[in-house]
Design a protein around this ligand. Structure first.
Ligand code: HDE
Length: 757
């Protein structure tokens, strides 16, 4: 593997996509619904479809067989100025059905009514069996060239730019479920390479619940809502989940990851991604290596607190979706580095004692460093959710020359599943012809007909060999860029339904993970288990899971048992040596703050709090973040600065840091009788601050967020129970002075020391 640093030129090519604050939408807060400001009155002059917003982009306009059309992307959207039928016939009225008289019955003859209603009746397609709730974005991947020593895939070559589409998801919830539930997250990337499409269909956790794909229906049935009442939605805190994982203990390592902060990410932009399985790469010399893929987020790996996640489930169930779209719109384009851990392709397929075919195991990064091979930037939001994010179809078998699968029995089952599931979900075998799935390489596949065939295939002989079509298409060979399976030797063996003995180790790596956590992360894990098991009905399931925890760590087991009011069992398995892997912990570093939300509390009646608001806002934008001005009522303050949240509509969970410029007195709508969120008017000692502002301060403090105050804001700080000396609390003379320090705190994500550990 070439050890040189990723090339600056390549980085610059992708890096230019990150527009900094000066260009940030002329300092507008993201979220505007359309590309132009609508008029108050209903428009009367036809003007044709409006362009998409500047942050949006659709799939390339390719034919179903991969050719560029040169057509603008708007060519696949609505055309012309007039309302038409789906056949393009202009209509004069879509507000009334055709009836036998104004008060008479509707006529069967009304073909416009029937077309409109019939199409509407069939607007829904089956949601994904798993990963139904997702959010997508377009971007570009740029190869560093460093991967070429192990992989011949052309898109990894230095400076090669490849369009990508990424879909992030939760696993368990239905399509309309909340984003911030405790769950694994999907991280699926479609690379539209010149050699065909490569899909890296990974997760934000490097291990999986099961070792063999045949158990996938079992774990998913156990984790989905109970089949009788269909509750709970999008959660693992219920009996069937813990029943299964406590019995099928190979799930324990992944379960521990889910109970850790990784299960409640702050943002899709702040998640690692993992290919999970080991892949086999081949270079141009034909040499093979085994590798594990990693996505490393530029913004670091960060999480919500459990209380934030729960509040957001009600206050903003679209929190992650909104965060991704807003960040892209604001120009804070999220970036990841793609890296590989490279292992020698030995017959045993193990590395330092880790079975590389066992998807419940990681190889610690300290043993095999992640070597960067390229960078991805997400720089555009989809134009249409259904056409793109919903219809995108990933497949583990979409690999390109140089990238091959391995015999990991979980991966093997996936190779079957991802085509099969689209047949039902997307209604037939031609799903690769849907615009978002169209390859950017020429397609000549001899697959014909089927539902929703978009191609118009010429020729008389879709078979091989043929002479009628001149023998077309021809088999390629390696020199012509053919995908050729690595000729791996399979040791002599018998057909069996069995796993290798190494798969019996279910606990050594769970112990490694626990050993690698900081004190505060361990505390979160204890609370997560206590919450989840506390939600189970059956005592025996709690007891059985405690037995599994005893095998991971006695202290973990003891603490959870205490919370459950049950005795802690002892381990039965011998202890194993665990060298902690610092790379598994999320705390202790500093990261860029791009796209972070900064709440600024002002008081429209207090001119002092508005004095430097404009420059403060600019400074927040200038740091690549987004300010949210919060005041008692809507409208504008300090001239034309919009109030984005009122005390009634805002809540602490939306912001990463809080700046207090004022101590607003209770607003009229703070009366408890009119807004139960307000609580009693007046703070400790009856201080006259609006109770919602006090709540903001209290929650931000409890969630270890940076808080800054100056001027009247210092009183609000006090009313929220904080003082200048508290960890992560900054008091200064002006907004800009405070912001500088708050920025420094935000770089660590939270004021971690505030959590008693
Ligand atoms: Fe999936 N998985 N999976 N999975 N998976 C699907 O495919 C399946 C597994 C993952 O945003 C489905 O198109 C089986 C591991 C992601 O569209 C389905 C097995 C990993 C997504 C399916 C696994 C994943 C899916 C549902 C065990 C991490 C969302 C709809 C053998 C490496 C992709 C669909 C998107 C989606 C089957 C295990 C990740 C049913 C049978 C391990 C990110 O085909």
């Amino acid at each position: 593997m070439d050890a040189k640093n990723p090339l600056d030129t390549v980085k610059a090519a992708a890096g230019t996509a990150v527009r900094k604050a000066a260009e940030m939408l002329e300092h507008k807060v993201p979220g505007v619904p359309g590309s132009t400001t609508p008029p108050l009155e209903e428009p009367t002059q036809p003007q044709g479809p409006l362009p998409p917003k500047s942050d949006q982009d659709g799939p390339q306009t390719r034919t179903p067989t991969g050719a560029e059309t040169g057509a603008p992307k708007t060519a696949v959207g609505p055309q012309g100025e007039w309302l038409t039928t789906s056949d393009g016939v202009r209509l004069h009225d879509t507000d009334h059905s055709l009836k036998a008289g104004e008060r008479g019955p509707t006529l069967l003859q009304d073909h416009h009514l029937r077309e409109k209603i019939t199409h509407f009746d069939h607007e829904r397609i089956p949601e994904r069996v798993v990963h139904a709730r997702g959010s997508g974005a377009h971007g570009v991947f740029v190869g560093y060239g460093t991967g070429s020593s192990v992989c011949r895939a052309a898109f990894l070559a230095e400076g090669t730019q490849t369009p990508v589409f990424v879909r992030f998801s939760t696993v368990l919830g239905s399509r309309g479920s909340a984003d911030t539930v405790r769950d694994t997250r999907g991280f699926a990337t479609k690379f539209y390479t010149q050699e065909g499409t490569f899909d890296l269909v990974g997760n934000n956790m490097p291990v999986f619940f099961i070792q063999d794909g045949i158990k996938f229906p079992d774990i998913v049935h156990a984790a989905k809502p109970h089949p009788d009442r269909e509750i709970p939605q999008a959660q693992s805190a219920h009996d069937t989940f813990w029943d299964f994982v406590s019995l099928h203990t190979e799930a324990q390592h992944h379960t521990l990851w889910n109970m850790s902060d990784r299960g409640i990410p702050r943002s899709f932009r702040m998640m690692e991604g993992f290919g999970v399985h080991t892949f086999r790469l081949t270079n141009t010399a034909g040499e093979t290596s085994l590798v594990k893929f990693h996505w490393k987020p530029k913004l670091g790996v960060h999480s919500l607190t459990w209380e934030e996640a729960q509040l957001l489930g009600g206050l903003d169930p679209d929190f992650h979706r909104r965060d991704l779209a807003d960040a892209i719109e604001a120009g804070a384009h999220p970036q990841w580095e793609l890296g590989v851990q490279v292992f020698p392709d030995t017959p045993e397929q193990t590395f330092e004692g880790v079975d590389l075919l066992d998807p419940t195991k990681i190889v610690p990064e300290e043993l095999a460093p992640v070597q960067p091979i390229g960078q991805m930037t997400l720089n555009a939001n989809p134009v249409n959710f259904f056409a793109e994010t919903e219809q995108v179809a990933f497949h583990v078998g979409h690999v390109v020359p140089g990238i091959d699968v391995t015999d990991d029995p979980l991966m093997q089952a996936r190779l079957f599943s991802y085509v099969d599931t689209q047949l039902t979900r997307l209604g037939g075998p031609n799903f690769n012809q849907i615009p978002i799935n169209r390859p950017h390489a020429p397609v000549n596949d001899m697959l014909r007909d089927g539902f929703h065939q978009d191609g118009v295939h010429g020729g008389a002989a879709p078979y091989r060999p043929n002479s009628l079509d001149g023998g077309n298409p021809f088999d390629a060979d390696a020199d012509n860029g053919a995908f050729i399976e690595a000729p791996v030797r399979i040791p002599e063996s018998s057909k069996v339904r069995a796993a290798p003995a190494s798969f019996d180790d279910h606990f050594s790596q769970a112990r490694l993970f626990w050993a690698s956590m900081s004190a505060v992360e361990r505390q979160h894990i204890v609370r997560a288990y206590t919450f989840e098991l506390g939600k189970c009905y059956e005592q025996v399931i709690k007891e059985r899971q405690l037995r599994a925890l005893a095998e991971i760590d006695a202290d973990l087991c003891e603490q959870v048992a205490t919370g459950l009011g049950l005795p802690a069992p002892s381990a039965t398995l011998p202890p194993t040596e665990s060298t902690p892997s610092p790379a598994l912990s999320q705390v202790g570093s500093r990261w860029p703050v791009d796209g972070r939300m900064v709440g600024i509390v002002v008081d429209a009646d207090d001119p002092d709090s508005l004095g430097d608001l404009s420059s403060l806002r600019s400074a927040v934008f200038g740091a690549g973040m987004v300010p949210l001005v919060v005041a008692a009522r809507g409208g504008q303050v300090a001239g034309d600065i919009p109030v984005q949240r009122t005390f009634a509509t805002g809540r602490s969970v939306e912001v990463d840091a809080l700046l207090l410029a004022a101590c607003p007195a209770p607003a009229p709508d703070a009366l408890p009788s009119r807004d139960e969120k307000a609580g009693p008017v007046g703070g400790p000692g009856g201080s006259p601050v609006d109770p919602r502002v006090r709540l903001l301060v209290e929650e931000c403090y409890r969630h270890a967020k940076a808080i800054g105050a100056w001027g009247g804001g210092v009183d609000a700080l006090r009313a929220g129970g904080c003082t200048a000396g508290d960890v992560g609390v900054v008091v200064g003379d002006s907004g800009s002075a405070v912001l500088d320090e708050v920025l420094g705190l935000l770089a660590s994500h939270r004021a971690w020391e505030r959590f008693p550990a």
